[in-house]
Write a protein that binds this ligand. Structure first.
Ligand code: 3HC
Length: 287
């Protein structure tokens, strides 16, 4: 197993819901984190959210004022990815669009050290396809975190066709160093997590569409009957209905089976701009 070197920073591109969680867990575990987002207001909003969550931990006496301040000090926004030269691990958490991710990896690949690991937090894009735009696919890997990142224990580590075992070992060790449980999967549509989760969410939407039950009853049945922490419709709102729709389209296209076809109601919700928590309107309304 690889040993962990906290003297070298972590680079993150993307300060949205997933990116800010990734930034927080690395910084809280003692790593310096360099952060870039094309949209500087996303970084401001990410820092404000991280500070709010850390303040909450202070008020619950889980961390001290000094620990909060030290965590915030370890996060450095950078205007350009050219500042990622010294990072040991680069994590991409940008929009779930292949072309955007490929553009980022092409730019960052030119800057990163020859042995730095290139990781993507993609939920469904092929790791092998993204690795192919970099100079050394053996250093490329999927590091799939779960929302909300500071709370969820899992990191699904996804091996591309050419990812080396040494890269896996290092990422496994880094995931454990930030308090997560890493589990290994191979590059295949939806990996393990979304191949199983998304058909369940889709089926819940089909139940709603077919009038089988009200959303509250569908969610309540899964929470109380199956001990899920939240029902599938509320979970879809948390993930983002656009994200669920994109992942189902990847499963449907790449696995070629009707069972993965997105529910028409999901498509309509996305077309209407009702994307869940982030737009305050999804299967439920949020304050
Ligand atoms: N960010 C940080 N912390 C959060 C949070 C957030 N967005 N939401 C909740 N929390 C924290 C709360 O602050 C609270 O912390 P505390 O113990 O310090 O008070 C703790 O989580 C529990 O929160 P609540 O008491 O408010 O509510 P719940 O007990 O219902 O827990 C939940 C909320 C953790 C979101 C829980 O409902 C849950 O586990 N839901 C399922 C989440 C899930 O399945 N995520 C995976 C989505 S799939 C994915 O991300 C993959 C992608 O590829 C699609």
């Amino acid at each position: 197993m690889s040993s962990i070197d906290k003297s070298k920073p972590i680079g993150v591109v993307g300060a949205g819901a997933m990116g800010r969680g990734i930034i927080q867990v690395f910084a809280q575990s003692g790593f310096d984190v360099l952060v870039h987002d094309a949209n500087s207001s996303a970084i401001e909003s990410a820092l404000a959210t991280i500070e709010k969550l850390l303040n909450r931990s202070v008020s619950k006496e889980r961390i001290t004022d000094d620990e909060r301040d030290a965590t915030l000090k370890r996060i450095t926004p950078v205007g350009n990815v050219s500042e990622f030269k010294s990072v040991q691990l680069f994590v991409e958490a940008a929009s779930e669009k292949p072309e955007i991710k490929k553009t980022i990896f092409k730019a960052v690949d030119k800057v990163l050290a020859g042995d730095a690991i290139r990781a993507t937090n993609t939920s469904s894009i092929s790791i092998t396809e993204l690795a192919a735009v970099t100079g050394n696919p053996s250093l490329f890997i999927g590091m799939h975190f779960f929302n909300p990142v500071p709370v969820m224990k899992l990191v699904e580590i996804v091996m591309g066709l050419e990812t080396s075992d040494a890269t896996y070992d290092k990422v496994h060790a880094l995931a454990e160093a930030v308090g997560k449980t890493p589990l290994r999967a191979n590059d295949h549509p939806g990996f393990v997590s979304n191949r199983i989760l998304m058909p369940m969410i889709n089926e819940a939407i089909l139940c709603m569409q077919d009038g089988v039950a009200r959303p509250e009853a569908i969610d309540g049945i899964m929470q109380l009957g199956m001990a899920h922490p939240m029902g599938p419709l509320r979970l879809a709102d948390l993930i983002g209905l656009d994200v669920c729709y994109d992942i189902l389209n990847v499963l449907h296209r790449d696995l070629g089976e009707d069972k993965y076809r997105p529910a028409p109601l999901l498509r309509k919700m996305v077309l209407a701009g009702r994307l869940g928590n982030k737009t305050k309107q999804g299967f439920y309304t949020y304050e």
